[in-house]
Write a protein that binds this ligand. Structure first.
Ligand code: G4P
Length: 288
């Protein structure tokens, strides 16, 4: 399998991002809590060198609670200020505000030593497509302002949004490109909807998801599709056919519509109807 993303635009996007980075003190990196490492672009370490950093584990409402806690500890142990959120909820922005202050403490102290008082922190939001950057900016800023769009880099003509006395936020997020060589990471990104669906066939992707669910969340599979325990243990292809029948995904001639069933399973995973599911845990090899 070969999964590629934005091959031609990378250099240009990176250059644009570097320019925007020069303007800010703080980088708010948004990751998908269901696969924080896979949804992280490792180039951000180089791009954000010398900046205060904050990791936001977003879509935490869709992820496994125990895994959320494990990921929070994982990042905190590495000295990264981390906060989790459902970016659609205004109430979740309160802990974010506190985390922004923590992440910028050093900068504030440096400013004070130089006699600079009350200079607002300038921040920008970055992340790969679909992790919730625009949703976050809208909730954090309290109004509809972030433009959506999936071109990497940052749209020119940015505006600063003033957030209280302390923070100024760029109104457009920096869109990073998903980066991976590993097939498993590519699959996770496809499941999160961060790489285009056409890249991997839906059916193939659904079989990978079914295999994962069989190993990690068999109860979710049983509960959602009323499968027997024995059914959930069958070959993934047979499980898919079974779900097609149960969900009435039937073609002419009474044949199971596997493509439709595949889309249904993936949609139900993405929307959380399959339950709160995390695709990777700290300490696991990326390829496992
Ligand atoms: P992006 O800028 O990083 O590309 O992501 P964007 O904000 O456009 O969000 C992508 C999708 O994820 C949107 O759903 C958005 O509502 C949803 N989303 C963002 N943050 C969260 C979160 O913390 N929890 C959950 N459950 N969903 C979140 P959509 O279906 O594409 O659009 P919409 O119909 O909801 O507007």
């Amino acid at each position: 399998m070969q999964v590629q993303w934005y091959p031609g635009h990378m250099t240009k996007a990176k250059r644009a991002m570097k320019e925007d980075m020069k303007l800010v003190d703080l980088v708010i990196e948004i990751l998908d809590a269901r696969a924080p490492l896979s949804s992280r672009n490792p180039d951000i370490d180089e791009l954000g060198r010398g900046k205060a950093r904050l990791v936001l584990l977003n879509k935490a409402d869709l992820a496994d609670e125990a895994a959320n806690r494990a990921w929070e500890s994982y990042f905190k142990e590495q000295g990264v200020v981390t906060v989790r959120a459902d970016a659609r909820r205004r109430a979740d922005m309160k802990p974010v505000q506190a985390a922004v202050q923590t992440a910028c403490r050093e900068k504030k102290e440096r400013d004070l030593r130089r006699g600079i008082k009350n200079r607002p922190v300038r921040a920008m939001v970055v992340g790969i497509p679909n992790v919730g950057k625009s949703t976050f900016i809208n909730s954090y800023a309290g109004r509809a302002c972030a433009k959506t769009g999936n071109k990497p880099g940052v749209t020119r003509g940015n505006q600063w949004i003033r957030l209280g006395r302390n923070v100024e936020l760029l109104d457009t997020p920096g869109i990073l490109w998903p980066k991976f060589e590993d097939e498993q990471v590519g699959i996770r990104l496809a499941l999160l909807g961060s790489v285009k669906d056409e890249i991997l066939g839906m059916e193939e992707l659904s079989l990978k998801l079914l295999e994962f669910l069989q190993n990690r969340y068999p109860e979710a599979l049983e509960a959602r599709y009323q499968l027997s325990e024995a059914d959930t243990k069958r070959e993934t292809a047979a499980v898919l056919t079974e779900i097609a029948k149960i969900r009435n995904c039937i073609l002419k001639g009474n044949r199971p519509d596997r493509e439709k069933a595949a889309r249904l399973i993936i949609d139900e995973f993405r929307s959380g109807r399959l339950g709160t599911i995390t695709l990777e845990l700290p300490g696991e090899e990326q390829g496992s």
